[in-house]
Design a protein around this ligand. Structure first.
Ligand SMILES: Cc1ncc(C[n+]2csc(CCOP(=O)(O)OP(=O)(O)O)c2C)c(N)n1
Ligand SMILES: [Mg+2]
Length: 363
């Protein structure tokens, strides 16, 4: 039988006569359009200073974690978030911490710090101490704080997306008014379970914001080498999930995008997919010699797109003095040093801790 052309439900874009209301695909583009109209979050000076402080805390914390790893004080894997700070801070500053949940992959220290969780218990987790947020048994990749509705910290690439779908289903089922922020990488975006989750989340209009942190690489593989569609914000289109294309190196832009996306989700319209374009300065993990990219590429981003330097410039233009900013830097260095000292000097878990928090089922 000869194939007949599918009847289009909507006229091709070029044939459209009327405005957006005539276009049944408008909903898919509307969030990006709303965001494009106001791309910079109108932050107060205090908010900007707080964003600066929080991003700097992540940067200095991660640098110190890298050093402790080098000294052999951190075992196992350790994935640093340096370069991506504006993503976690811009998004999480827009959350309702009493209601909303967050889930991410193994590159999770920044997301914990963005919650305002004590850096000491995060660093102590990295060094495997009893005082760590997962009692020293989770390490870098498996941090949790159910108190903050932070559900990990996951080592299986993409698995957190399906779990995030479950968290969103719980928000809806319990009618608690919360949404789930589910972060994953550009590499994870090629996992099958991501699309199963997209389908169900859209079908059931679950309150979830899918966040692709596109840091341009999955281990040593660039997006261009691994992905047929590198415009990741389009990946939800087949499931009628609106996409947003966001500069993840600009905290004010990230926050502006979060305002639009979260409002849409909170109003019961189902999921949104945000692509946050960002960059990791360090290797994939501490054992990555990063031979798949040039030093110049990294240097170029550091010089021209750094999220902390970018916000610093905005603050200086607004009249903040170098001394004000230096005082913050000093305060952060002190906090990080104290966290490092604490993590080195606090005791390791008792051997009996091996038997706690273990799920054993009887059959
Ligand atoms: C299911 C699964 N496959 C492979 C791996 C090995 N692995 C760990 S991280 C990673 C790359 C993921 O990259 P991306 O999603 O872009 O996140 P990023 O590390 O850049 O934050 C891979 C393949 C894994 N942990 N889980
Ligand atoms: Mg990546």
């Amino acid at each position: 039988m000869a194939r007949t052309a599918k009847t289009r439900k909507t006229p091709a874009k070029s044939q459209q006569q009327g405005g957006p209301s005539d276009d049944s695909d408008f909903a898919l583009h509307s969030l990006q359009e709303a965001f494009e109209k106001a791309k910079v979050y109108d932050a107060s000076e205090d908010e900007m200073m707080e964003f600066y402080r929080q991003m700097l805390l992540i940067r200095r914390f991660e640098e110190r974690a890298g050093q402790l790893y080098g000294l052999g004080l951190i075992g196992g894997f350790c994935h640093l978030y340096i370069g991506q700070e504006a993503v976690a801070i811009g998004l999480q500053s827009a959350l309702d911490n009493d209601k909303d949940s967050v889930i991410t992959g193994y590159r999770d220290h920044g997301h914990m710090l963005a919650y305002g969780i004590d850096p000491k218990v995060i660093m102590a987790e990295l060094t495997g101490r009893q005082a760590g947020i997962s009692k020293g048994k989770g390490g870098s990749m498996h941090m949790f704080s159910t108190e903050h509705k932070f559900y990990g910290g996951h080592g299986i690439v993409g698995a957190q997306v399906a779990l995030g779908g479950g968290l969103a289903l719980a928000h809806k089922y319990n009618e608690d008014g919360g949404l789930c922020l589910a972060y994953f990488g550009d590499g994870a975006a090629n996992q099958g379970q991501v699309y199963e989750t997209f389908n169900m989340a859209s079908l059931w209009k679950l309150p979830i914001v899918f966040v692709i942190e596109n840091n341009q690489y999955a281990m040593g593989t660039s997006t261009a080498r691994s992905s047929a569609e590198t415009e990741f914000y389009r990946r939800g289109t087949a499931f009628r999930i609106p996409g947003m294309d966001v500069n993840g190196m600009d905290v004010l832009e990230v926050r502006a995008a979060a305002e639009v996306a979260f409002k849409h989700v909170r109003e019961g319209n189902g999921p949104v997919l945000m692509e946050l374009n960002t960059y990791r300065y360090r290797g994939h993990s501490m054992s990555d010699p990063a031979k798949y990219r040039t030093r110049e590429e990294v240097q170029d981003v550091r010089e021209h797109k750094d999220p902390i330097e970018g916000l610093k410039k905005v603050l200086v233009d607004k009249g903040k003095s170098e001394d004000d900013l230096k005082a913050i830097d000093k305060e952060i260095r002190k906090i990080v040093s104290e966290a490092a000292d604490f993590s080195e000097n606090s005791p390791e878990p008792e051997a009996s801790e091996l038997y706690t928090d273990v799920l054993v089922e009887e059959y």
